[in-house]
Design a protein around this ligand. Structure first.
Ligand code: AMP
Ligand code: MG
Length: 330
């Protein structure tokens, strides 16, 4: 291994709804393909999501092999999302990763999915040592780096913000995923309806707001419900982010995860950053949600410090928390 050379890493993302495969060389994305399971009704069913992944990985891999501009032999390592996530999905992804590592005779790298969202942001935006607001379908955390670990400063005490948006969207008859549809409806809303607002220190909770908003269905307009729900829940995220910036004195804030695509949330966190006098960075929309490139980029950093996992020891970690990872690459 030549430490001066930028490695070429193949990354596999498959913690829940998305099967993603990407090949990166540093911050350069050579290819990035994904496909996402959409439940026909209700939320994500773990077994159905895993079946979807197992059916679609071979097709996706074939596309990647066909379209990749470099030879497969030039890939230096295989990185995969080892956790946290839905057990059945993680196991499918790990199996593909192990098979690829064996076939190509390359090392395997087990990446923490939440940290991958952070590392992609650090690699493709100017953020270097930010407070991270990570908002997605399955996780919502405020994260900052201290003493070789990404610390969780605050997090949701019940459901993730994306999950809350999707649940409310379903109740309103909007199609899955609810987040973008709620954003569209909210842009037409005017009346601020009273909803629960819960911030405890740097943590927050959303299920009370979901229940209260559901009770307003058929009483108030869909647009006003969506508008109010965004205002209340995003304000809670903004307040906690402000506190995190004030406590840590970090020089920037980074917004990442699928819900980072939301323009109203971006605006609120931008305002917080401006008031605190720190930089605001957000990942581009097409890389905000789960994708293989983020796994490959975190894998790149781990590759450089030789953070590999033997196949025999590469079991998945469905409950792997952000602050359980010893960050040896920083
Ligand atoms: P992830 O789990 O990171 O892939 O993100 C998926 C989540 O992002 C889902 O809950 C979506 O509803 C949510 N999402 C995607 N686009 C938007 C948007 N424009 N506004 C709010 N939520 C969004
Ligand atoms: Mg995610």
């Amino acid at each position: 291994m030549d430490p001066q050379k930028t490695p070429v890493i193949l990354g596999l993302e498959g913690t829940a709804h998305t099967a993603g495969i990407s090949v990166v060389k540093g911050s350069e994305i050579l290819i990035n393909k994904s496909t996402t399971y959409l439940p026909t009704q209700g939320g994500i069913h773990p077994r159905e999501a895993a079946d979807y992944l197992s059916k679609h990985y071979p097709l996706l891999l074939q596309e990647v092999i066909n379209e990749l501009s470099i030879n497969l032999k030039e890939i230096d390592a295989i990185a995969f999302s080892r956790g946290p996530g839905l057990g059945p999905c993680l196991r499918i992804t790990a199996t593909i990763a192990r098979a690829l590592a064996l076939y190509l005779q390359k090392p395997l790298i087990g990446v923490n999915h939440c940290i991958a969202h952070v590392e992609l942001g650090r690699m493709i935006t100017p953020a270097r040592d930010p407070v991270v607001l990570y908002v997605s379908g399955g996780n919502t955390q405020l994260i900052a780096f201290l003493n070789q670990k990404y610390r969780i400063l605050g997090e949701t005490l019940d459901v993730a913000i994306g999950n809350a948006l999707d649940a409310l969207g379903r109740s309103l008859g909007l199609s899955h995923p609810g987040g973008p549809n709620i954003e569209r409806e909210a842009s037409e809303g005017k009346k601020l309806l009273l909803l629960p607002y819960t911030v405890k220190g740097m943590s927050f909770s959303f299920s009370g707001a979901v229940t209260a908003a559901q009770r307003l269905i058929n009483v108030e307009s869909v647009q006003d419900i969506c508008f109010s729900f965004q205002e209340y829940t995003f304000s809670a995220l903004a307040e906690a982010t402000e506190r995190a910036l004030s406590c840590t004195k970090k020089p920037s804030v980074l917004l990442t995860g699928g819900v980072a695509a939301n323009m109203r949330l971006r605006q609120m966190i931008q305002n917080v950053a401006d008031e605190q006098g720190v930089e605001f960075h957000v990942v581009p929309k097409h890389l905000a949600g789960d994708n293989g490139a983020m796994i490959a980029m975190a894998g790149t950093l781990m590759y450089k410090v030789g953070e590999f996992v033997e196949i025999i020891k590469s079991s998945v970690r469905p409950r792997w928390r952000t602050d359980q990872v010893k960050v040896s690459w920083l």
